[in-house]
Design a protein around this ligand. Structure first.
Ligand SMILES: [Zn+2]
Length: 156
C-alpha cells in the first residue's frame, strides 16, 4: 500500500464525483495502490447513473409533455396578438368618446329678457306723468277693478 497519500473519505469521493476541487493532499494515483479506496470509488461510479439519469417517464406523461411542448411552440410561432391587447383599450376609449359626443347637448343660451317697447318720447312722458299723478300705485288697479265691479253689481 502506498502510504504517500491518505485514504479518501466519503466527502473526498463525492468531490471527485461532482468535479469539485480536491484537497491538496489527495492523489488519483492512490486508487491504483489502495484496493479499499478503489473499491469504494468504483461502487460510487456504478451508482452514479441511477442518480443522475432522468427517470423514465410513463407513456401517458411523455405524450402529455410532448403535447404541451407542441402547444407552446405553436403559440410561439404564431404572430403575436399584442395589437389586440393594445386595440381594446383604445377602442373602449373611442367608444366612450363617441357616446359622450352623442349624448352631448349644447347648453341652452339664455335669451335676453329685454322687451322692446315702441313708445315715442311723448307717449313715454305721458305715461310717466300719469304714474306720478296717481294716488295709489298701478299694481292696485286689478284689485280696485274687482271692488268697482262688485259695487256696480250690488248697486243693481
Ligand atoms: Zn485508500
Amino acid at each position: 500500500m502506498n502510504m504517500n497519500t491518505r485514504h479518501w473519505n466519503d466527502n473526498d469521493l463525492l468531490d471527485l464525483l461532482y468535479g469539485l476541487d480536491l484537497a491538496p493532499d489527495l492523489s488519483l494515483a492512490h486508487f491504483a495502490s489502495c484496493p479499499e479506496c478503489s473499491a469504494r470509488w468504483q461502487a460510487l461510479e456504478l451508482r452514479r447513473p441511477s442518480v443522475t439519469e432522468p427517470l423514465p417517464l410513463s407513456n401517458a406523461a411523455e405524450q402529455r409533455l410532448r403535447a404541451q411542448r407542441a402547444a407552446v411552440l405553436d403559440r410561439i410561432g404564431q404572430p403575436r396578438t399584442a395589437w389586440i391587447r393594445r386595440a381594446v383599450p383604445a377602442g373602449a376609449a373611442a367608444f366612450l368618446f363617441f357616446i359622450g359626443i352623442a349624448l352631448h347637448q349644447p347648453m341652452p343660451q339664455p335669451t335676453p329678457q329685454v322687451v322692446a317697447v315702441n313708445l315715442t318720447d311723448e307717449q313715454l312722458f305721458a305715461e310717466i306723468a300719469s304714474v306720478v299723478d296717481q294716488d295709489a300705485p298701478r299694481a292696485t288697479d286689478p284689485i280696485r277693478g274687482l271692488f268697482s265691479e262688485n259695487s256696480v253689481k250690488e248697486a243693481q
